[in-house]
Write a protein that binds this ligand. Structure first.
Ligand code: GSF
Length: 202
C-alpha cells in the first residue's frame, strides 16, 4: 500500500497513527497538494490528501474511509468497535474531531491564502465558534475518563489527538488547555505513544 500525504496534515496523521497502531506496512509518498505540479487529482479527483493507493492500484479516500478499511486489515489493536452504540459513538467522536479541524483549517486558509481585501471576519468568527464549541463538547463528553470511549484507546482518541495536536501546532497562542485540563491530559498521554511521536506535524 502507498499513502499519499503531507507531514503537516492532521487527516494524514490520523491515517499514519492508525497504520502504526495496527502495525501495517506502507510506503509514505509526500504530496504537496498546493503545488501547481501536484498530480494528486489523478488519484483523488477531489485533489486532497490523504489518499491510499491499494495493492491493486485502486485509490481510496477520505481519511474516515481509509481508517475504517485499515481497521479491518488486521486484528491487531482493534480501533473501531464492530457494531452497535459503541461503534456509532467512536464514529461520532471522529466526526466531531474532524469537524473541528475542518473549521480550523478554513480559518487558516481564509487568513493565509485569501487576499486581505476578500477576507470575511464574519466567516472567520463563525469558524472560530465551531472550533471552540467542538472542543468544549469534546471536553464535556470526555469528563474525567481516561479514554473517549470505553477503557482503552480507539479511533476516537486518535482523531481527537490529531485534531488537538494540529490546533496546537498551527495556533500555539490558542490556550484551550487552560479551560479543558481533561483533554490536555488525554493529548499528553497520546503524545507519549510511539505512533504519535513518529508523526508529529512539521
Ligand atoms: C479532508 C482532507 C483534506 O482536507 C479527509 O481526508 O478526512 N475530509 C477529508 N486535506 C487537505 C490537506 S489538510 O489541510 O489536511 C487537502 O488535501 N486540501 C487540498 C484542497 O484542495 O482542499
Amino acid at each position: 500500500m502507498k499513502l499519499l500525504g503531507s507531514l503537516a496534515s492532521p487527516y494524514v496523521r490520523k491515517v499514519r497513527v492508525v497504520m502504526a497502531e495496527k502495525k501495517l506496512e506502507y510506503e509514505f509518498v509526500l504530496e504537496d497538494v498546493w503545488s501547481p505540479d501536484s498530480t494528486i487529482s489523478e488519484a483523488n479527483p477531489l485533489g486532497k490528501v490523504p489518499c491510499l493507493i491499494m495493492e491493486d492500484g485502486g485509490a481510496m479516500f477520505d481519511s474516515r474511509v481509509i481508517v475504517e478499511y485499515l481497521d479491518t486489515m488486521s486484528p491487531v489493536g482493534k480501533l473501531i468497535p464492530a457494531s452497535g452504540r459503541e461503534r456509532a459513538s467512536v464514529k461520532c467522536w471522529e466526526a466531531l474531531a474532524d469537524g473541528v479541524l475542518d473549521a480550523a483549517i478554513l480559518i487558516r486558509l481564509e487568513t493565509l491564502l485569501r487576499p486581505e481585501e476578500k477576507r470575511s471576519d464574519e466567516w472567520v468568527s463563525r469558524q472560530h465558534g465551531k472550533v471552540r464549541s467542538g472542543i468544549k463538547a469534546m471536553a464535556s463528553a470526555l469528563g474525567d475518563s481516561a479514554y473517549c470511549v470505553g477503557t482503552h484507546i480507539s479511533l476516537a482518541d486518535i482523531a481527537v489527538g490529531c485534531a488537538l495536536g494540529w490546533i496546537s501546532f498551527r495556533f500555539p497562542e490558542f490556550d484551550w488547555r487552560g479551560d479543558h485540563p481533561g483533554l490536555a491530559r488525554l493529548l499528553e498521554k497520546l503524545s507519549d505513544r510511539q505512533s504519535f511521536r513518529d508523526t508529529l506535524p512539521v
